[in-house]
Structure formats: C-alpha cells, structure tokens
Design a protein around this ligand. Sequence first.
Ligand code: ADP
Ligand code: MG
Length: 314
Amino acid sequence: MPNEFEIIERYFHHAAKDARMIEGIGDDCAILRFADNVDLAFSTDSLVAGVHFFEDAAPFDIGYKSLAVNLSDCAAMGATPAFALLALTLPKADEAWLRDFSSGFFELARAFDVKLAGGNLSHGPLNVTVQIIGTLPKNQALRRGDAKVGDDIYVTGTLGDAAYALQVKLGKAPPLAAPLQNMIDTRLQRPTARVAAGKALLGIAHSAIDLSDGLMQDLGHILKASNCGAVIDANLLPLSHALQTIDVNIAKKLALSGGEDYELCFTAAKSEALAVEQLSQQLQLPVHRIGEIVPGNELRVLNHTVVKEGFQHF
Ligand code: ADP
Ligand code: MG
C-alpha cells in the first residue's frame, strides 16, 4: 500500500501548468499570483474525529485547533492569513456543541484578524475541514526547496510537548504534575501558530516548514525539496520545563519524531544569526539553532539513537 506522500505523487501531482501558480503541490501552501505585488497562499487541512482528536474532545478545542493548524501552514510560508472557509460534516445539529465549537474557532480568527468567508455544511461522521487564504509580498514565500548548504537549522518554541500529552491521553505514559500536565495538554489541544515568526522570517530565512508530523519527517521534506542533507544535534533540541522532567531519551525521541508541535523549522545563512536572535527577542519567542544543512541527502542525528520517524496516515 502506498503511503500518503506516494498517493499524492502518483494520483494527484499532475504537472498542471499555469503561470499564476507560483508554487503548486508540495509545500505548506500553494502560492498563486493574480496581481502584481501580492502573492496569495492557499492551504487546507482536515481534522477527523478519531484520527486528529478524540470523539469526546471539547468542541471549543476542536474549533480552535481546526483553524490553528491552517494558520500554521500560512506561518510556514511567511504568509499573513486573511480569509478562511469552513467545511463542516456533523453527525447531528447539537447546538451546545456548535456554540462551543464556533467560540473556539472565532476566538482564534479574531486574534489573527481572519474573516470566515464561506464553507459547507453536511451530515455525516464528524469532520472539520478549513481552507485558509493568506497574503505575501511578491516572490517572498519561504519555500521548502530553498535551503542552502551551510545554512543553520533553527526551530521555534519547544518540541515534543504535544506528543507527550498524547501519550498520556492514550494511557501509554504517566501524567506529569498538574501545572506541567495542563501546559502540555494545552499545547496539544490549542496549538499556537507561529504566524508572527513566519512573517518576520521573510528576507531572513531561506526555507521553512511547520512541524505537524515530527521534526525528522518535516525537516526531511526540506532536505528532499532542497536536495541536501542535514546534521542535527539531539542535545540542542529545545525541551520545555515539562519535558525536562521525563527521561531524557524519551524526551529527545518525542522532540525528534512526535507530531503536532506546530512550531516552525527554518534554515538561514550563518550571516543571519544576529537577525534571528533579534527576531527571537522582539517576538519574545525562543528560537534555537539545532544543526546545519550539509551536502548529500541524509539526515544525521548526533547524540541520540533514532528508532522511528514521524506520523504517517497510511
Ligand atoms: P501539510 O502537512 O503541510 O499540511 P501535507 O503533508 O498534507 O502538507 O501535503 C503535502 C503536499 O501535498 C501539500 O503541498 C499539499 O497541498 C499536497 N496535497 C495533499 N493532499 C493532496 C491532494 N489530495 N491533492 C493534491 N495535493 C495534495
Ligand atoms: Mg505544513
């Protein structure tokens, strides 16, 4: 059976040519150009009950996260999200559920000044699909394919929190002390899209991706698209206070291959190190250098024995 990337490659990645399609299938957003100075970034992501959230998850969180994961794809391109479409498939018209769901969705929409411009409603198993449309200055998008040998590799925030929270929910790991557990639960249920960081990286970073499926897998997409390799140091992976309380090897493993961090991984020339540090200070967002882009096509990890890579649907 083909995996999700083979399915896209085999059945959907037809080389449709259109001069307005600056970037098509293969990046966090498609980039389309209709006017002279502005590019539009388009992306869509679905949340499916039982796959992306538990059937009994709080509706507020489902609404919040359905938009957050799409904002994160905009962030990965350096785009400013502007409009959203919402396709909702519901098993029943439960008004209490709808009230909470829409509160979660619009809390985030307001925070990012995103307007809901339409959508679709149908009856069936719970599925929330959001499409996002963002704007970018012409030719500035942060693509997966523009990493250069010698670039430093950075990540925003901390890694592995959401993955540990998921392990706890699944009963596969012990819960942490309450305040730390609450913190990582929030990271899983209401991820923070790094939109301001993505925008600030325009003109600084060479390439970027958001971390939805785990650092190794997602960085792997940058390496493949840019035709290069990387060396990262597991001792440099940023771990939250919460993850610093668990076994260090488990924490490293979650940071390397756990999904749903929705942080940004980006590469930038060494000459931009100061600009990256200033950006981090201005946004009050930790940004850590974790390694370097090298020739070849391998991803090497120092100071950790890698067992398994990121999330795969098929
Ligand atoms: P992300 O994790 O950033 O949301 P995905 O891994 O879902 O991206 O998809 C990888 C690339 O393949 C993206 O450019 C996406 O637009 C494209 N893609 C995914 N599914 C399809 C599909 N059914 N038809 C066409 N393109 C697709
Ligand atoms: Mg993405």
